[in-house]
Design a protein around this ligand. Sequence first.
Ligand SMILES: NC(=O)c1ccc[n+]([C@@H]2O[C@H](COP(=O)([O-])OP(=O)(O)OC[C@H]3O[C@@H](n4cnc5c(N)ncnc54)[C@H](OP(=O)(O)O)[C@@H]3O)[C@@H](O)[C@H]2O)c1
Length: 301
Amino acid sequence: MNAFDLQQALAGRRVLLAGGGGQVGVALRQIMPGGVELQALDRGALDITDRKAVTEAVGRIKPDWVINAAAYTAVDKAESEPELAFVINRDGAAHLAQAAAEANARMVQISTDYVFDGEQARPYRPDDAVNPINVYGESKLAGEVATRGVLGERALILRTAWVYSPHGRNFLTTMLRLMRERDELKVVEDQVGTPTSASSLARVILLAMAREVTGTHHWTDAGATSWYDFACAIGELAEIAGFTFGACRIAPIPTSDYPTPARRPTSSLLDKQSMRQAIGEDGVQWKKALRQVVSQMVDLS
Ligand SMILES: NC(=O)c1ccc[n+]([C@@H]2O[C@H](COP(=O)([O-])OP(=O)(O)OC[C@H]3O[C@@H](n4cnc5c(N)ncnc54)[C@H](OP(=O)(O)O)[C@@H]3O)[C@@H](O)[C@H]2O)c1
């Protein structure tokens, strides 16, 4: 579907975007076609843990689609504040789903590869058994269950992974900062996943909405890598794009040398076949998407 068709398919649709200030929220705002009546609400404008405020906002806006891009995303911190993670990721999603059901709207609930334990040899399909190994993954799974429970087939649960963008705190922006500040960086090499640009994900959300795709699906950029190779690619592409660094060496380390409060899946690759078929697109290689984002950051700096 080209940009024109996407615009045609979504023209006149009313969309309520919760979490409009996050990475995916900002990317969605940037690429939302002109004909869409978008109400993008950041946390200050709509706190999804406030059931009354959510009901009021959905009742006022009367959206065709609700997109929940709001979440508690601090994976390590969630281990010490599980209540807050669940209030936002489970109850917040439930509030939006209930309000969407009352408004007869569909809903996009963004979820995560961390609903899986990472022990499987092949990429995870949407109907593979879930088994989160950290609080964040448990709370996001509870959000999926709550959303599906209220909206059934009117919900699109879209699991993704390793999201980065030019803004905010994410692996890309953190690596670029550390490469400036340090002589050496040690990065985990035995966790495998797929870096995913927030813009690629935002585009797929729009394509899915245009084709009224619902059910549970997966999306990441294409390919697979480790955090270590992701960091090396960031260093190389940033140098080529014109960021200047001192000589920062990047060294691979095993997860056992980098203890964190939250355990992470060893391999959480997602099988995207069902979404590829639904939208008729394959997706961009992760390194190509990264190159585009890094160049964009140079232009902005
Ligand atoms: N980042 C990843 O690597 C990754 C991987 C897999 C899945 N996901 C999922 O992708 C979705 C988007 O994540 P992201 O990367 O865009 O995360 P993000 O940049 O952390 O954005 C999340 C946004 O939610 C907002 N928020 C937090 N609590 C809220 C509340 N009670 N009410 C309203 N807004 C609230 C945050 O506001 P404040 O900044 O003010 O707290 C932030 O703007 C989430 O569902 C996340 O679980 C992300």
